[in-house]
Design a protein around this ligand. Structure first.
Ligand code: BYC
Length: 356
């Protein structure tokens, strides 16, 4: 199913990561088969104690379970932000659908962008199990009260950017998301398993675009290198602020929502990309990138976190354009929602009508 049609390093792109997704899926089933820690309703167990016991036993918290309000709020924040990112993330790539260089490239890109819409829907559905509606979430995004990933506020200037997004942005997304397949909240973990399997295809399509360009004419090679130069640091910033400045990491890790810190995942991503860049024949734009024998990892230059904070706060190159387009799409789709509601009301009335 995941066969390669071009040369790739042993572990990638996404090769080893997919094995981790399979393992997370197996662990989910084993946990379900093992059964939950017993709870005698008559013994009146403290719900907080039972919640903690479930987390400690690596069981999933399900929508029917009691959960601390702060756990619920954290999940809504993170899952909604993730869903919004998938939907806004359709824009930079959608920008190239009408200009893809061939029919085959266009079909592949269309499929990928449609997948992102699907990911958004799985995630909104997972968030809805926490007692919030999709309409409320969309409203909060449009009003600027919820965020989406910083990365989608950068422009896609050339066709090579579509390749760089696939390789680097989807690559960073997978490194971040594979551990979320083991998240303690069941609906989010299950959505992530499906999403990660599809993301691996996304990463490979980007890698393949860059592979073709890097092996093409001098001009094409330069275009690929320029795209990697522009997307490298924003991709590193996707993992969030450094651990010392991350407000939520500690609590989210204690709840097993996050399994690794922002810096741990960023390092994992850098280590993965160095080898893959070598196969592409492209250079990562960091003169200080070098193997550190004692850490068994690459030393690298951190992204500009002040820039990350500016982009998150709304002042990136494309923030205004992205949110304007999303508001327009929402307004343009109002008639579809109204029609669906009218149809649902009609069907409900038919079901309750007393036959004459
Ligand atoms: N962008 O305490 P921290 C995709 C915010 S879609 C914006 O470390 P946390 C794709 C953070 O929310 C990929 N905001 O937070 C789609 C928090 O804000 P508030 C999207 C960011 O949650 C289409 C504050 O900074 N992936 O791949 O522990 C086409 C402090 O941060 C960012 C996900 O959403 C950022 N980069 O960790 C192609 C993954 N970083 O509300 C591709 C799920 C931080 O407290 N999310 N912030 O003011 C996560 O894993 C975590 O939420 C994060 C942040 C690692 C992102």
């Amino acid at each position: 199913m995941y066969g390669h049609d071009f040369p790739v390093p042993d572990d990638g792109p996404a090769g080893g990561l997919l094995d981790q997704v399979e393992a997370a899926e197996a662990a989910l089933r084993t946990a379900a088969d093992r059964g939950r820690p017993g709870r005698d309703p008559a013994a009146d167990t403290d719900p907080q104690d039972y919640f903690t016991a479930l987390i400690d036993a690596d069981q999933k918290i399900e929508p029917r379970d009691w959960m601390p309000e702060a756990y619920r709020k954290t999940l809504i924040r993170q899952i909604a932000q993730h869903a919004h990112s998938e939907i806004i993330g359709m824009q930079p790539e959608g920008n190239w659908i009408s200009r893809a260089p061939s029919l085959k490239r266009k079909a592949i890109l269309l499929a990928k962008v449609q997948d992102e819409a699907g990911h958004g829907l799985y995630l909104y559905a997972a968030a809805e199990t926490l007692g919030v509606s999709r309409d409320e979430l969309v409203e909060m995004l449009l009003a600027g009260r919820q965020k989406y990933s910083s990365i989608f506020n950068y422009p896609t200037l050339t066709w090579a950017d579509v390749g760089a997004i696939g390789w680097l942005v989807d690559g960073a997304a997978i490194v971040n998301q594979v551990p979320l397949c083991r998240c303690s909240y069941g609906p989010y973990a299950r959505a992530m398993i499906r999403i990660c399997k599809e993301e691996s295809f996304h990463q490979r399509q980007g890698y393949e675009i860059l592979h073709v360009l890097a092996g093409g004419t001098a001009e094409q090679h330069a275009m690929a290198q320029d795209a990697v130069d522009r997307w490298w640091y924003p991709s590193l910033a996707m993992f969030g602020p450094p651990d010392g400045d991350s407000t939520h990491s500690q609590q989210s890790m204690a709840w097993k929502i996050k399994r690794f810190s922002n810096d741990e995942l960023r390092q994992r991503f850098v280590d993965m990309c160095v080898q893959q860049a070598g196969v592409l024949g492209l250079t990562l734009p960091d003169p200080d990138l070098r193997w550190n024998e004692s850490r068994q990892a690459y030393d690298y230059t951190q992204p500009d976190y002040a820039e990350l904070m500016r982009v998150i706060a709304g002042d990136g190159p494309c923030n205004r354009q992205r949110i304007t387009q999303r508001r327009r799409a929402d307004a343009d789709g109002a008639w579809v929602r109204e029609a669906a509601e009218a149809y649902a009301a009609k069907r409900a009335a038919e079901r309750t009508a007393v036959p004459a």
